[in-house]
Design a protein around this ligand. Structure first.
Ligand code: RIB
Length: 311
């Protein structure tokens, strides 16, 4: 890993409570599930694990509660080789948790309870500004309080490190200050929420991405799932990368794998087109296994998919 860029993840850490079911319950309906598992997750922690498995050097800033989940999640990150010195335990607080339902098509619905994630403050970040000074790129999501994400963007800018924001969970009326990042990478639903515009075909996707550039992002990367991805840059360059062909088991955290791989590739000096192909492969592979962190692919797996399906 010597010579690898230094990646800082400021983000959420959750325990995922996952049920598989033939179809999503409608409001008021009870359905019988096929299985129940408890897996490490959280968009921030998933991205940290993705970067680590792809060979990057990762440090994470986050918070867990003083319950059983907190210790297990911190240990899981440490086992992946992630620097967890700044993953602190908050007393008398529960760890973040997500209830996830996965249907037979691999699609998911997620409800998140922030728990200790909500306790990471801007002052906590100012107190470890050296982490930003040491980083080449910072990966952010929106499962932390927005003022904390904003402070992370400010600190990153001050220390000349690139910023990547995965704007999930997305909210309409997200302040422009949170869009002013080097790379903004929503999925189609999140992009629609952020812009109020429908996605679904090339022309519309380009309009949405351009709207995100208009709000301050230098590069907008739309994660379009079975339609691949679209990269639109503030300088006018546009890249469309088709999807890899894979058998989808569970789409949970595929977007996290994509964004982490994209950020790592950019930090390694790859151009946006190469980064998009690499990220598309990582995201696709994450859908071929159950779970969030458990599904993050290795460098070898990504290389093999890219070699087998040259694009
Ligand atoms: O992106 C997937 C993640 O969203 C899950 O791991 C869950 O914890 C929620 O944060």
């Amino acid at each position: 890993m010597a010579g690898e860029p230094s990646v800082l993840v400021v983000g959420s850490i959750n325990m995922d409570l996952v049920m598989r079911t033939p179809h999503m319950p409608a409001p008021g309906q009870t359905v019988t599930g096929n299985s129940f598992t408890t897996n490490p997750g959280g968009k921030g922690a998933n991205q940290a694990v993705a970067v680590a498995r792809l060979g990057g050097r990762v440090r994470m800033i986050g918070r867990v509660g003083d319950d059983h989940f907190g210790g297990a999640l911190r240990t899981a990150l440490e086992t992946e080789g992630i620097d967890v010195e700044h993953v602190r335990v908050i007393e008398n607080t529960s760890t973040g948790a997500a209830v996830i339902i996965v249907d037979s098509q691999g699609e998911n619905s997620i409800v998140v309870s922030s728990g200790a994630n909500a306790r990471l403050t801007p002052d906590d970040l100012y107190g470890c500004a050296d982490c930003f000074a040491d980083a080449d790129i910072v990966l952010l999501q929106l499962e932390l309080p927005h003022p904390t994400v904003r402070a992370a963007i400010d600190l990153a800018r001050r220390h000349n490190c690139k910023t990547v924001l995965d704007p999930a969970p997305a909210k309409a009326n997200l302040p422009d200050a949170l869009c002013e990042v080097d790379i903004l990478s929503p999925n189609a639903t999140e992009a629609e929420t952020l812009t109020g515009q429908p996605s679904g075909e090339e022309r519309r996707d380009k309009l949405i991405a351009s709207a995100l550039i208009g709000r301050g992002a230098k590069v907008a990367v739309l994660k379009l799932g079975s339609r691949g991805c679209l990269v639109v840059m503030a300088d006018g360059h546009i890249y469309r990368v088709p999807p890899y062909k894979i058998d989808v088991i569970d789409t949970t955290a595929a977007g996290d794998a994509f964004t982490a791989a994209f950020g790592l590739a950019v930090a390694r000096g790859e151009n946006m087109h190469q980064a998009a192909k690499f990220a598309n492969a990582a995201g696709a592979l994450a859908t071929t296994k159950l779970g969030a962190q458990a599904a993050m692919p290795t460098t070898l797996e990504v290389q093999m998919l890219m070699r087998d399906q040259r694009m």
